[in-house]
Design a binder for this molecule. Structure first.
Ligand code: NAD
Length: 268
C-alpha cells in the first residue's frame, strides 16, 4: 500500500515514516511538508532518521497523491480539512489523527467519507481505545448520584490544544456510559469561586510540561472510594503503528467515516 505522509517534518510525521519502514505491506510513496518550510526538498528518510529514501519533502499534494493509496495526516485542523477533501477527490484512504478540530471541521471531514475511506481518531493507540471501552462500562455501572467523573491528562509543553483529543474522546465514552451528551455535561475549566461540584458533570484537568508523550487518567470518585483507569504513552510510535494499521484496515473498505474502534474490532 503506497502511503503519503503529510506533516512529514513533524513529531508524528517522522514517527509515521519510521513505522512505515518497518511494516510489511506498506511503503512511503511521498512526504508532504508545509509550504515555505525549510524542510521542503530534504529527504524524508534522513529527516526521520531511517537513512536516505530518495523521497524529498514536497509542498505539492497533487503530485504526491498521484498513484497513492492512502494519506496519513497528523497535522492541524485546517490542513486535515484540506486533505480530507483531496483524499475524497482521489478516492483513497485518509487516516486523520489531528486533534483540536471544531464541529465545522469535523463535518467537512465526515463529508469526505462519501468518497474517501476516512479513519479519524484523536488517539490511534490500542491502549487508549480499550481504555475508552472500559470507561464506558464503568460509567454505566457507577451511578452519577454517587460517583463523580474527572478526566486528567498531561502532555509535553509543545502541545497546542487542550484538553487533549484523547481526553475528550474518553469523555465521550464516559458520557455514552451515562447516556448523556458530553457537550452540556463537561466542565473544562475551573477558576475562582466555582461553587460546589454539580452531580453528573464530567470534569477535565489539563497539565502541560516537559516531554510527556501522553498520560490520561479517568477518575471515578465515590464516597469513601475511588476507581482510577489510566493509560501512559511512553513512545509516539504507538500512535504511528495504529495509524498505519488503520490505513491497511481501510484499504478494502467501502467509502465511509470510521473510527479506531472499527479498526480494532471494538465497536459494538
Ligand atoms: P507537530 O507540530 O510536531 O507536527 C505537525 C506538522 O504538520 C508540522 O511539521 C507542520 O509543519 C505540518 N503542517 C502543518 N500544516 C501543514 C500543511 N498545510 N501541509 C503540510 N504540512 C503541514 O505536531 P505533532 O506532535 O506531530 O502532532 C500533530 C497532530 O497530531 C496534533 O493535532 C496532535 O494532537 C495529533 N496527535 C494525534 C495522535 C493520535 O493518536 N491521533 C497522537 C499524537 C499526536
Amino acid at each position: 500500500m503506497k502511503l503519503v505522509v503529510v506533516g512529514a517534518a513533524g513529531r508524528m510525521g517522522q514517527s509515521l515514516i519510521r513505522i512505515i519502514q518497518e511494516t510489511e505491506g506498506v511503503r512511503l510513496h511521498a512526504a508532504i511538508g508545509r509550504e515555505g518550510s525549510s524542510f521542503i526538498g530534504k529527504d524524508a528518510g534522513e529527516l526521520a532518521g531511517v537513512g536516505f529514501l530518495g523521497i524529498p519533502l514536497t509542498a505539492d499534494p497533487l503530485q504526491a497523491f498521484l498513484n497513492a493509496d492512502g494519506v496519513l495526516d497528523f497535522t492541524t485542523p485546517a490542513t486535515s480539512v484540506e486533505y480530507a477533501g483531496l483524499a475524497a477527490q482521489a478516492r483513497i484512504v485518509h487516516v486523520c489523527g489531528t486533534t483540536g478540530c471544531s464541529e465545522a471541521d469535523n463535518e467537512k471531514i465526515i463529508a469526505a467519507g462519501r468518497h474517501a475511506r476516512v479513519v479519524k481518531s484523536a488517539n490511534t493507540s490500542l491502549g487508549v481505545n480499550l481504555l475508552g471501552v472500559l470507561v464506558e462500562q464503568a460509567a454505566k455501572a457507577l451511578p452519577a448520584s454517587g460517583w463523580d467523573i474527572e478526566i486528567m491528562e498531561m502532555h509535553h509543553k509543545h502541545k497546542v490544544d487542550a484538553p487533549s483529543g484523547a481526553a475528550l474522546l474518553l469523555g465521550e465514552f464516559a458520557a455514552r456510559g451515562r447516556d448523556i451528551a458530553l457537550t452540556n455535561h463537561s466542565v473544562r475549566v475551573r477558576d475562582g469561586h466555582t461553587g460546589a461540584r454539580e452531580a453528573g458533570k464530567i470534569g477535565f484537568a489539563t497539565l502541560r510540561g516537559g516531554s510527556i508523550v501522553g498520560d490520561h487518567s479517568v477518575l471515578f470518585a465515590g464516597e469513601g472510594e475511588m476507581l482510577t483507569l489510566s493509560h501512559t504513552a511512553r513512545d509516539r510510535s504507538i500512535f504511528a503503528r495504529g495509524g498505519v494499521a488503520a490505513a491497511l484496515w481501510a484499504r478494502d473498505k467501502k467509502p465511509g467515516f470510521y473510527s479506531m474502534l472499527d479498526v480494532l474490532g471494538l465497536s459494538n
